[in-house]
Design a binder for this molecule. Structure first.
Ligand code: BTN
Length: 291
């Protein structure tokens, strides 16, 4: 199914670049490196500084250390293999060496700590839109920060903030996307996880997807910096998996059932329960399942 041949090298723009044949289509080589990622990337900030690590414990961990040392906004920390990948609630993030996208971005946003959910929101939107655009798959966003295809999770986002004297110094957005792995081979996640290749039946070049994600993130980030959160939220709403659906929300051991109305301007989930009461939930403490 996943036939990849390096067929030739030719002069493209100013550099020698390998082309690979995947699924009868020509793609740039999918070998991760700082150069291959930056090539052709149309951003001015995100991904212009790249820290590529062939293997590492967790890109979020490395990104936090780098941010702490003053590394600039937009720095991309990316790996081919993550040995201690972490998810929300300290869960393990499973991935397959050399097959998935595992990266973290440093933001230094002029936002209040209470508004940092906006970065998670714009990142999940960028991931879902990039998958839709590049693969044609019906990727949807499950609040607060997961991307799903046909009811299974294909991507997760772990955002972590660095706050000093009540001031937000940096924010790390860590993104994991199952691209060419086969989560169905892992009994622990087979029922709830999927990958782009499993859904499309094709292998997919990671760098192509990454490029689109970085470009979308930059453009949405510029939008919210100019004060336009509204159009971002509108786009997010159109791709929300949960809006107007019955859901169960678990927070601090309590279960709440109701209909998800949307998210509000502060990123809270608004849930309408059977008595007609509206409740708001902040993303940090909540785990959500569709009924
Ligand atoms: C979740 O769904 O719980 C979030 C998963 C986030 C995983 C990514 S992979 C890159 C980055 N490094 C990590 O250790 N975690 C994030």
């Amino acid at each position: 199914m996943f036939d990849v041949h390096v067929i030739f090298t030719r002069q493209l723009s100013t550099e020698n670049r390998k082309l690979v044949l995947m699924n009868n289509q020509l793609f740039r080589s999918d070998t991760l490196s700082a150069e291959s990622i930056k090539e052709g990337l149309q951003t001015s900030c995100f991904g212009q500084e790249v820290l590529y690590l062939p293997a590492t414990s967790s890109t979020n961990r490395v990104a936090k250390e780098a941010a702490h040392k003053g590394m600039q906004e937009g720095t991309l920390i990316i790996t081919n293999q993550q040995t201690e990948g972490r998810g929300r609630f300290d869960r393990t993030w499973w991935s397959s060496p050399g097959k998935d996208l595992l990266f973290s971005l440093i933001f230094r946003p002029p936002l209040k700590a209470s508004q940092t959910f906006r970065l998670t929101l714009l990142s999940s939107l960028a991931v879902a839109e990039a998958i839709r655009q590049e693969t044609g798959l019906d990727a949807l966003i499950k609040w607060p920060n997961d991307v799903y295809i046909k009811g299974k999770k294909v991507s997760g986002i772990l955002s972590e903030s660095g706050i000093h004297n009540e001031h937000l110094e940096y924010m790390i957005v860590g993104i994991g996307i199952n691209v060419n792995s086969t989560p169905s081979r892992n009994p622990e996640i087979e029922e709830r996880a999927t990958s782009i290749s499993m859904e499309s039946g094709k292998n997919f070049p990671r760098i192509t997807l990454l490029t689109v994600i970085l470009e979308l993130i930059e453009s949405y980030y510029r939008g919210i910096q100019k004060g336009d959160f509204h159009s971002l939220k509108k786009r997010w709403d159109t791709l929300s998996l949960i809006n107007h659906k019955k859901v169960m929300v678990e927070t601090q051991g309590c279960m709440h059932e109701g209909t998800a109305e949307s998210i509000d301007e502060d990123g809270f989930l608004v849930l309408l329960d059977h008595t007609g009461t509206k409740r708001r939930f902040v993303s940090g403490d909540v785990s959500l399942s569709l009924l």
